[in-house]
Design a protein around this ligand. Structure first.
Ligand SMILES: [Zn+2]
Length: 405
């Protein structure tokens, strides 16, 4: 079975290499804008945009910045991006016509600094131990660290990304051949309910707490963002403050990512079947609170990790429709309405009296085993995780805390 995996490493470019990297981003941005303009013109004239081939052809004849200083495939990837922006635009137009309430939004020009990554789709790079050799840029050191972080399989795509904090990352998308395996405990099953207060509640009564270091960092983030909003626009202070804020954002996502790696590893080792709520169904509800958004994003990453780790271990992840899981009684199926404030589930029919989250987790498992699971996570790592990480896990991380059980 062919699976996709992503590996990311921090890059340590020299001053000269960094200049070239920044210049590459800038040329990509100009190319993006030029192609957008050409496409718009062509569309006005003949009622049709350019094909990918047509755009690649144009790149060679466009004026402006010296495009020979950037690898040709990197520029071709820019035309792919423009093509994608247009496809998404036409998709939104169609959806709007069908009566969906969305903003159509024509593809926009990228302002200075607004292209943050560039991609080598097939070639133009090589990796020699921890030294990455980029065509037209040069040799850059990577921090690869521990054995389990080494690249596996065949590299398909390499993306170079600059974070708001100014750090650079190399992201390798690979394809790995994985042999189907039998899980050690195929009969062990679990349902998982995630929350804001507790990280997750398992159907066997175990509670996974939010790690302390995350709670701490998030508190600091709140403080910094409050300070940031008080700073004067355009001042030096706001610049420093912005970098500080970006760094802490990155630190938090590294820590969270590391924590999720450990937690998902533990779960997929222990259970042959894991049942979670299907976020694609749940995602239709927009949450008014920011915390909830972040939470949902990291939950999405969590499910993705569960998916591919389960695949490695020979287990499965079932995604069930989350509708009504908090209301339904996990023992008899009776509907027990409760408000958000009610933390306990008391069933008047069968007398079940357990915590609200535990009931949801049990209900999730019941739905999965009753064969009503809508979809199974396929463990396809193709959509890269929304958050960036450093290749070596942070030293301060703790193993997931288990309570009860
Ligand atoms: Zn009941």
């Amino acid at each position: 079975m062919l699976c996709k995996r992503t590996f990311r490493y921090r890059m340590y470019p020299s001053k000269t290499a960094e200049k070239t990297l920044l210049n590459t981003l800038e040329i990509c941005r100009q190319t993006y804008n030029d192609l957008l303009e050409i496409n718009t013109e062509t569309y006005k004239n003949i009622g049709k945009g350019l094909s990918g081939f047509g755009m690649n052809y144009c790149i060679n004849y466009m004026g402006g910045a010296d495009k020979t200083s950037v690898h040709s495939q990197v520029l071709q990837n820019v035309s792919d991006r423009v093509g994608k922006a247009f496809r998404n635009f036409f998709r939104r137009v169609k959806e709007k016509r069908k009566g969906k309430h969305i903003k159509v939004g024509y593809p926009r020009f990228k302002k200075f600094g607004n292209i943050k990554s560039f991609t080598y789709p097939q070639s133009g790079y090589s990796l020699d131990n921890h030294v990455l050799n980029l065509s037209k840029i040069g040799r850059i050191n990577l921090r690869i660290g521990k054995k389990q972080n080494r690249i596996e399989g065949n590299v398909k795509i390499l993306t170079i990304k600059r974070m708001p904090s100014g750090r650079w990352f190399a992201i390798f998308s690979c394809e790995i051949e994985i042999k189907p395996k039998k899980h050690k405990f195929p009969k062990k099953k679990v349902g998982i309910d995630v929350g804001l207060e507790k990280f997750a509640t398992l159907s066997n009564g175990i509670v996974i707490e939010n790690p302390r270091f995350l709670v701490k960092s998030e508190r600091r983030l709140k403080l910094l963002s409050r300070r940031f909003s008080r700073k004067k626009k355009g001042s030096n202070e706001i610049y420093d403050s912005r970098i500080k804020l970006a760094r802490i954002h990155e630190k938090i996502s590294n820590q969270r990512y590391d924590f999720m790696h450990k937690t998902t590893r533990m779960l997929t080792d222990k259970f042959g079947l894991i049942s979670v709520e299907d976020l694609n169904i749940k995602g239709m509800v927009r949450h008014p609170y920011l915390a909830k958004h972040i939470h949902d994003a990291s939950w999405g990453n969590f499910v993705q990790m569960l998916g591919y780790k389960a695949e490695n271990a020979g287990g499965r992840v079932a995604k069930v429709n989350p509708k009504g899981t908090t209301q339904a009684c996990s023992q008899c199926g009776n509907k027990v309405p409760k408000t958000l404030a009610q933390r306990w589930h008391r069933c008047p029919v069968c007398g079940l009296h357990i915590g609200r989250d535990l009931n949801s987790a049990k209900e999730m498992l019941r739905r999965a085993t009753a064969g009503t699971a809508e979809r199974y996570a396929d463990g396809d790592g193709s959509s890269p995780l929304g958050e960036i990480l450093e290749s070596s896990p942070s030293e301060k991380s703790e193993a997931p805390q288990l309570v009860g059980g």
